[in-house]
Design a protein around this ligand. Structure first.
Ligand SMILES: NC(=O)c1ccc[n+]([C@@H]2O[C@H](COP(=O)([O-])OP(=O)(O)OC[C@H]3O[C@@H](n4cnc5c(N)ncnc54)[C@H](O)[C@@H]3O)[C@@H](O)[C@H]2O)c1
Length: 371
């Protein structure tokens, strides 16, 4: 196609409204629907979920005409351009693959999938259909993370040889008996829930190295004993066995560039850390620490250097507006409208899932696993 013709096609694509269907009515699904509705030329026309009252309520408040109990009916709608997946993790792969096979673009919540094999099948489905598969790595779009990336690109801290990356909660298990703590529905616990965001930020800041080995441990004794629920009402007596996943995972990752990454994620712990995200980059010429306590919006970033022979702490004034969903969904819609979909078939998200999968395998085997 000539340049003029392809520009005309892109403009026509921009002019036509994009029609979206969202699966899931929880925090994630609601945030997806609200984020699309802020974008001119995007219409949310369908919603699916298992809570009938909430389905009708959300449909009415957001003006969404087609409401379904089951995702199959939503994916079957011919008029949809985009399917947004915000369900329990185990449904991400079946819904996304069905939607991609039906020619829709897919925006999927993290984790992409519960196993590396599923993630690869999702990436293959996107490539086969030549449709966009994007994942909700929204925290990467925080203004402080974006500033740190610009700082690394424009000024740098020398060779980054080691990273310490954690997300720790004191009592943050999202429901001791919810789908989040079912191995079948969630695929894992804290690591697969909070871990994708931390891993995504680190790999983004490091310019996408390939992780070559993972050595990990997981623990679930706290959750099994009935401690650590986010909602105290849901706490059960010790000895209950339906907490099937880990509340803490700790891992050492090696990359093909020699950078090592110490990575620890926990939903709960008898500790001072409570809803703290911390990412420390140790470089030869300087260091940087992103410390986000309880989703703080200001004062989260410090750069460390030696200047004129003295240690200096630099604290950029960066304000964080939100947790990033509107930005990542806006970027996804721009990619869909661009018509240039090569390289947007979920490639980065597949590698992140392979790393998480390798961490679980390493913990199960009790030894380091190579990717
Ligand atoms: N990116 C983020 O910051 C972020 C934040 C929260 C949750 N999440 C992710 O979003 C996803 C959903 O989390 P949540 O907290 O909103 O969960 P939730 O339990 O509140 O909502 C899940 C929704 O899926 C629906 N669902 C389940 N089975 C279905 C089916 N067969 N057909 C149609 N709908 C079905 C349920 O009815 C429910 O409305 C998870 O993968 C989670 O990891 C991401």
């Amino acid at each position: 196609m000539s340049e003029v013709a392809s520009e005309a096609t892109a403009l026509a694509r921009e002019a036509a409204p994009l029609k979206v269907g969202v699966v899931g009515l929880g925090y994630a699904g609601t945030t997806h629907a609200e984020s699309y509705l802020r974008i001119p030329g995007v219409e949310v026309v369908a919603l699916a979920g298992k809570e009938p009252d909430r389905l009708v309520h959300l449909g009415q408040t957001l003006g969404i005409p087609h409401l379904f109990d089951d995702w199959h009916d939503l994916v079957a709608m011919d008029e949809l351009d985009i399917v947004s997946v915000a369900t329990p993790n185990a449904l991400h792969a079946p819904i996304s693959i069905a939607a991609l096979d039906a020619g829709k673009h897919v925006f999927c919540e993290k984790p992409l999938a519960i196993t590396a094999d599923e993630a690869r099948r999702m990436g293959d489905a996107a490539a086969r259909a030549d449709r966009v598969l994007e994942v909700a790595f929204n925290h990467r779009r925080r203004a402080d993370v974006q500033y740190l990336k610009r700082y690394l690109d424009e000024i740098g801290i020398g060779e980054i040889y080691h990273v310490r990356a954690t997300w720790k909660r004191r009592a943050g298990i999202p429901g001791l008996t919810s789908w989040f703590t079912s191995k079948t529905l969630a695929g894992g616990g804290a690591l697969i829930d909070l871990g994708p965001h931390v891993l995504d930020i680190v790999l983004f800041l490091l310019d996408e190295p390939h992780v070559t080995t993972v050595s990990a441990v997981t623990h679930g004794a706290l959750g099994r004993a009935g401690y650590g629920a986010m909602d105290k009402g849901a706490q059960f007596a010790g000895g209950h066995t339906s907490f099937e996943v880990e509340d803490l995972a700790s891992a050492l990752l090696r990359t093909d560039r020699g950078t090592s990454i110490q990575y620890e994620i926990s939903w709960a712990g008898h500790t001072a850390d409570d809803e703290d995200i911390s990412i420390e980059l140790l470089g030869v010429e300087g260091g940087a620490r992103l410390l986000v306590k309880r989703y703080a919006s200001d004062g989260t970033l410090t750069i460390y250097r030696d200047i004129a022979g003295e240690a200096v702490d630099i604290t950029p004034h960066v304000h964080v507006e939100d947790k990033g969903h509107p930005t990542v969904i806006g970027e996804f819609v721009r990619t869909v409208r661009s018509g240039r979909w090569a390289g947007h078939h979920g490639e980065d998200a597949v590698h992140r899932t392979e790393i998480l999968d390798a961490a679980y395998e390493s913990a199960r085997l009790g030894k380091e696993v190579a990717l």
